[in-house]
Design a protein around this ligand. Structure first.
Ligand code: PLP
Length: 354
């Protein structure tokens, strides 16, 4: 049967999303969702919009783009929106890479990047992080290509400062830099304030993590109008209605309640500090996280064994089986109560080891 399938698709290894098992109730700390519900006004906005589902959405997403522009002090031609930031990242691969301009990104980063390159038939190079799992910008020197930088990085949680990334940008004036800021609201510095200064900088953010809208699928990209125009060409060449009515309304409503989300992020950062300290006391090693997750390993137990042990106890975390990440688990920061369960079960598993 596979004779009908193209060579490119036959060769594809798709992205593996975190599991969403339905067999029982888990303490779900595996996909970096927010433990808090969307802001109170969001459900009402979605309900009102549901009445209008007979009609196509506004392909320009004018109300949402205007609300984003106002929130971030940008103009509307500097912003476009996507069906999750994943869609915009895919567009960025198509728009800013080609056979002579490979995608460059770390060996340990968002697992979707090699897939976006492959599905579009684009060359890419994975450049190893250093032994501390940090990016060394010098490793990119003299390499032609478009750099994709998750900042904070996933799954390490490590962030570089705005000034470090700006120096890197300055060192590559003839190359594009795409900064994926999925986790920036949990204590890192955004590059958004610099998009006017650098026409080779595209910043992509999502409503999935800090704004509790993972299931709505909403992301946005910000950059020079020429870059945004290219992304919109791709939007209009695939699906001009990529952001549906209810999601668009949810986004506008969410932007009106920034204080609610700021409070949630502050709470998550506090819980992160508490959890990190408790893990270190148990002997875990973990880098400083600026995201809503921790990436941790323990000298006495492998990442996969810990992942399996926790799953048996009803706690879901993420394990990445690649050689350089196999020792680690990635655990999303949930509520304080959820983290107490995670810590208690982890301690029990470690005690049973010895
Ligand atoms: C979660 C995540 C995204 C994608 O989120 P969407 O839900 O598609 O907006 C993008 N980049 C990184 C690094 C992520 O972890």
């Amino acid at each position: 049967m596979h004779v009908f399938i193209s060579e490119r698709v036959k060769a594809l290894t798709p992205y593996t999303p975190g599991e969403q098992p339905q067999d029982r109730k888990y303490v779900k700390l595996n996909t970096n969702e927010s433990p808090y519900p969307p802001a109170p006004g969001v459900a009402d906005a979605v309900r009102a919009e549901a009445e209008k589902l007979r009609l196509y959405s506004d392909p320009e997403n004018h109300l949402l783009v205007a609300a984003l522009a106002e929130s971030y002090g940008l103009s509307e031609d500097e912003i476009t929106v996507g069906n999750g930031s994943d869609e915009l990242l895919n567009f960025a691969f198509i728009a800013f890479c080609d056979q002579n301009c490979p995608a460059l990104f770390p060996d340990i980063t968002y697992g979707f990047y090699p897939v976006f390159a492959s599905v579009n038939g684009l060359p890419f190079e994975e450049i190893p992080l250093n032994d501390a799992l940090e990016i060394d910008f010098a490793d990119y020197q003299g390499k032609r290509g478009t750099v994709f930088l998750a900042n904070p990085n996933a799954p390490t949680g490590i962030a570089r400062s705005r000034s470090e990334i700006e120096s890197f940008l300055k060192s590559r004036p003839d190359s594009m830099l795409v900064v994926d800021e999925a986790y920036v609201d949990f204590g890192a510095e955004s590059m958004l304030p610099l998009i006017r200064e650098y026409d080779n900088l595209l910043v992509i953010q999502t409503f999935s993590k800090s704004r509790s809208l993972a299931g709505a699928r909403l992301g946005f990209a910000a950059g020079a109008p020429s870059l945004i125009k290219a992304l919109n060409t791709l939007r209009y060449s695939t699906n001009p209605y990529n952001v549906n009515r209810m999601t668009s309304a949810a986004g506008v409503a969410a932007l009106r309640e920034q204080q609610y989300y700021n409070d949630n992020c502050a709470r998550i950062m506090q819980t992160r500090a508490y959890t990190a300290e408790a893990l270190r006391k148990m002997g875990f090693l973990l880098p400083e996280s600026r995201s809503n997750f921790l990436f941790a390993r323990h000298p006495a137990i492998g990442g996969e064994a810990l992942y399996r042990g926790l799953k048996e106890k009803g706690v879901l975390v993420r394990h990445f089986a690649k050689p350089r990440t196999a020792a680690y688990i990635r655990v999303t920061i949930g509520t304080r109560e959820e983290m107490e369960v995670f810590l208690m079960e982890t301690e029990a598993i470690l005690a049973a080891q010895t």
